[in-house]
Structure formats: C-alpha cells, structure tokens
Design a protein. Structure first.
Length: 296
C-alpha cells in the first residue's frame, strides 16, 4: 500500500498560504505562451515518420536505418500530445483550440495511443499518483528500471489483464464514448494496415518500421515518463508523489523528466519551461519537504 498523503506543512516560519502564493507567483511566469516548438515537434515528427515508408519501399533508405529512425521518432512522439492533453497549446474555447486538438490526435498515431484515452487516463494518474488501485500507471512500478520495463512489457500482452481499461470504467468524462470509438478505430486501422502490408509482401518492413519500434518506444516512455520520476511509487500527496532527480543519461535523453515534479505541481507549465521553473522554485520545494534528489 502507498504511504498516506503528506499534507503541506508550515516551514521556515511561513504559512502554507504564503508558500502557495509564492509558488503560484513563480509558476505564472512560465505559463501562457503557445509552445510553438512543441507544435512543430508533434506535426513535423509525424510527417517525418510517414516519409520513412516510401523511402524504404523505394530503396532510398535501408531497412535498418528506417528501423532506427522510426524507433527514435515513435519514442519522442508522446510529448507534444502530452502538452495538448493539458491544453497548454490552447485552452478550451480559444481560437487555436483546433491546433491543440490536432497536435494531440496526430502526434501519437505511430504510438497507437488515442489522444482522448490518453488524456482521460492521464488525468486519473495526476489525481491518484502512486495509488495502487487508482493510478493507471501503477503497473509500471519496479525495484529497478529493468524490472519496471519487464512489468510494462507484460502488461501490454494479450490477456494480461485490464490495464488501463479499469481506469476508463471509473471515468465519468463526458467524452468517454467518443474516446473509446476513436481508440477502436485506431486499433482496427493499425491491424488492417499491418495485415495489408504482410499480404503484399512487406511483413518485415511492417515489423521493423512500426510494430517493433512501437514496443521499444513504449518501454522507453514508461521508464522515463512514469517509473523514474515517481520511483519508488510509494508515497502520495501533492508534494511527495514525484521527485526532482538527476538522470544518468542527461536531461535530453530522459525527455526532461528530471523536473517532472514541476509538471505535477503546475501541469500548465510547458515541458521546456519545467527546468527553469524548478530552479527558480527550488527553495520553496525544499521548504515543502519535496523529494529533491538533485545536487544542483
């Protein structure tokens, strides 16, 4: 079972209200702008992934190179959609809302992750992080990264259990039915495309440009976006359910998740601003008793 939620404490003579005011004041500096780099990232990366297919079929690109590039492309495709899930690109009712939804839907097609389902389950993760029964990501836990990777891989196997289905059953989101329809259509399209490619003599291309890269990408994403920022997934509560940590492979290769604590505190801060926000907010996080596992 997870540890009980830790309530905010008065620290250094300042009240919870004063600490919260200072946190919000800093956070507001990093919110409000459209992260155009994530828009370009999401749509551009999807276009790049699509080009791998004709380049490989025509012999311009060797299959081994297509496999490497596809794996990289699918691995980094989730983050722009994640920005859209939190309406960071554009809020509901704003004139660029269509762009927020476009990036959200399109960027994760190679990952076979429907946008609305991703958002519904991700919201439950934020509300119940590290809860054994209510956090959809709890299955990614593990004492080591390779154990977490193995657990995630097993959870993706046919008949492995409910997985994220239980999270959907608990949801009261008004778009749930639409999300399920979209997810069903995406899955059927995926298997239809793989079947057509196999029948046309391109089974190896289908496996090495989509099927295998997707599984590798899913494992990488689960390790760095789920397991590492929350390890060991034992505590709950706003200031203890995630951590600031130092990745042995650096900030870029860990996809900026060293500062995931900022994302959980203020989900509307764009990914590329979580680092600067963390460094400015660090003293406040120390006072809060957050899990600060960085030396800088």
């Amino acid at each position: 079972m997870s540890a009980p939620a830790i309530a905010p404490q008065e620290a250094a003579g300042r009240s919870d209200r004063e600490l919260k005011r200072d946190e919000v004041e800093i956070a507001r500096k990093y919110m409000g702008r459209v992260p155009w780099e994530m828009v370009a990232w999401g749509l551009g990366n999807f276009a790049f992934w699509l080009t791998l297919w004709p380049l490989t079929f025509t012999g311009v690109l060797p299959l081994w190179a297509a496999f490497v590039l596809s794996t990289l492309s699918i691995t980094i495709c989730y983050l722009p959609s994640h920005e859209a899930q939190h309406s960071i690109i554009a809020t509901e009712g704003s004139r660029l809302r269509w762009l927020n939804e476009l990036v959200g839907h399109v960027s994760t097609i190679p990952l076979l992750l429907p946008y609305r389902i991703a958002w519904i389950t991700h919201r439950q993760h934020h509300n119940n992080a590290n809860h054994p029964e209510l956090d959809p990501d709890y299955g990614n836990r593990g004492d080591t990264w390779w154990r977490a990777a193995w657990n995630g891989f097993q959870a993706r196997q046919f008949g492995a259990g409910d997985g994220y289905k239980s999270a959907l059953r608990r949801s009261d989101d008004p778009n749930l039915d639409k999300a399920i329809r979209e997810g069903t259509l995406l899955s059927l399209s995926y298997y239809a495309i793989l079947t057509a490619l196999a029948w046309s003599g391109h089974a190896i291309e289908a496996a090495l440009i989509w099927w295998l890269p997707r599984h590798i990408a899913m494992t990488y994403i689960q390790i760095f976006l789920s397991w590492a920022p929350h390890y060991p997934m034992e505590e709950t509560g706003r200031y203890r359910d995630t951590r600031a940590w130092k990745s042995p492979i650096g900030t870029i290769l860990s996809m900026g998740m060293e500062y995931h604590i900022i994302h959980h505190l203020f989900p509307r801060i764009p990914l590329l601003q979580t680092g600067p926000a963390y460094h400015e907010m660090r003293e406040l996080l120390d006072e809060r008793g957050c899990r600060m596992e960085r030396s800088d």
